[in-house]
Design a protein around this ligand. Sequence first.
Ligand SMILES: [Fe+2]
Length: 369
Amino acid sequence: MVHKFSSSVNMIIEKGAVLNNKELIASLGSKALIVTGKSSAVKTGALSDVTKALDSAGIPYEIYPDIEPNPTYSSVLEASEKGIKAGCDFVIGIGGGSPLDAAKAIAAVMKNPGITEEEAFSAIYKNGAYPIVAIGTTAGTGSEVTPYAVITGNDGRKKSMRSPHLLPRVSIGDITYISKMNDTLIKNTALDACCHAFESYFCRMANDFTKTFALRAIKLLIPEFETISSYGTEGLDDEDFENLYLASIYAGYAISVTGTAMCHTLSYYLSENKNIPHGRACALYLPAFILHNIKWAPKESADLYEEILRTDEEIRTLVTDLTGVCDLKLTEEDLDTIRPRLENNASLEKCLGECSPAYAEEILKALFS
Ligand SMILES: [Fe+2]
């Protein structure tokens, strides 16, 4: 068996990390393009820390504050044009998965003027990408340590760009920001991290490195899920937020090698067309994914549940507690749209055991009809 793992990301988790590491951030270029969503960068105080750090290092910057949830390629282009026009030569993303993924794509598009959408999604970046700094304000995406950027193309579909050029040079997590997430965001992002960990653990491409990261993420998440289930998110303290953030990063390291699998593949239609947030959309499939693995990968399942000292049923109950009941119904028309996406789908083929398009469709029907 081959075991491979590499990471060039300088990952720092500490309170006050942006200001404590201002020279490191400022060393990456001469003018920064700061990329944020519409509110969380301001609400958490992260944007103010970044501008303070750049001001004190004498580094000018432009701000693009309009990244939407499920960021689109047209926003990536708009921000890139702004960055190029302003002469920016590095990109700082602040936020959860959407601004971070967008920042990564923007850094690549800016460095490759004239790149077509097809080339961007195929990760043909002849000139590489400008240096990227990722500042996490949520605990779930793991984008801080992955070579991926999930962007919605002009055809309305979410697609993943994958390239080592998209790896941030510096990534920063500060629970001062993370602890300001609202209740729904805490649950949805934690569920996203949990899906990353499970999908990576039960993946044909998993190796000892990735399984170790995935297992650590799951072990950190379970007690936090139990706390949330019993006391709500008001029951979380600084140590809990640190555990949630660490789990998201460990799970990010795991998927940086394996990628994601069934839950993510089936989730995209729900996010694109039914407005269900990413983490929740993925986690709605997690109980079925766990049962899939018990059926098709009994040894790996037994090993996992013995390690985490919980039964598969306990984990399914915890996940369902966090997702809540979903009364979505998929119509025949929905299924007709989804069906072609399941054919020759590399993410389904990576699952342990057989995960045919017909099997995936059975899961969809069982959940949403
Ligand atoms: Fe995800």
